[in-house]
Design a protein around this ligand. Sequence first.
Ligand code: ZN
Length: 338
Amino acid sequence: MTFHKLPLLFTILLLASCNGDKPKATDTNPPATPVKTITSVTAPGFNADSAYAFIAKQVSFGPRIPGTVAQTNCANWLTAKLKSYTPHVIVQDVKVEIYNGKLVPCKNIIASFNPENSKRILLCAHWDTRPWSDQDSLKKKSAFDGADDGGSGVGVLLEIARLLSTQQAGVGIDIALFDVEDYGPPEWEAHSGEEQPIQYCLGTQHWAENPHVENYRAYFGILLDMVGAKNATFPQEGISLQYAPSVVKNVWATAHTLGYGNYFLYEKVGAITDDHAFINSLNGTPCIDIINMDKTSPNGFARHWHTQRDNMSVIDTNTLKAVGQTLLQVIFNEAPGA
Ligand SMILES: [Zn+2]
């Protein structure tokens, strides 16, 4: 594993999604008019109960920590599940070097729909679980379920895959489940003040340099990270706005038109180093991040983030529906003539 220098602006803006720096909420900017008229296209109905069940199934394997049996078992299940929806599934099974120099297994799982279509949309989430709840006030060194952090984005994408198996979107869709996003150093080993190489998003960094299809670049990408909690709020994130402002505009306008404006806020937060950062900087696909932030919490993230409370009790089907239905509408709007 090698690390990469990011563009200067990017580096200045870095606030690691998983290292606890607090992004700052700023102004609001509702657009005067929606970007697209969405009434002409009918997307399939997103089944939030199905997405919920997909999250519960992942959690049932135990924390999906790289190098554990749970990782292997869950990877096998994810692969088989996606293969039941499309024959075009690729698993990148490699080893990556984590913060302490150890090598861990990394399994990126990519499912393609309409692989012959050159206009492609990348939908992605990480499926691994951070090994420790180091933001927990008591049990910092224990593993946790990761129902929201990891599980929720994957649950939404599996439900979209299920729907695409019966109704194609009219564009090519790639669903990428990235591994080893969250194995950055625990709080007690992080060295603040020193410039650290990027120790998160290792599966995505591997994919961005070795995409599943040679010279792969999508029309745009959407990353989901912590999209399942009750009353989640998704502000517009800095790297998304820097690299893919029109995608942000499109997704937020679509969500508002569908009635999900209470989740998709016209507020901004600073840059967050999440998987989309590397999809933008290393692969060149303009990619946004839909991520639950809480401006009232001390670190800016939802209060269950990297704690024991990140379990099925925080998952809410209303939030899953808001995210999943918005994504479906966005991708079905991209069909020719839509
Ligand atoms: Zn995390």
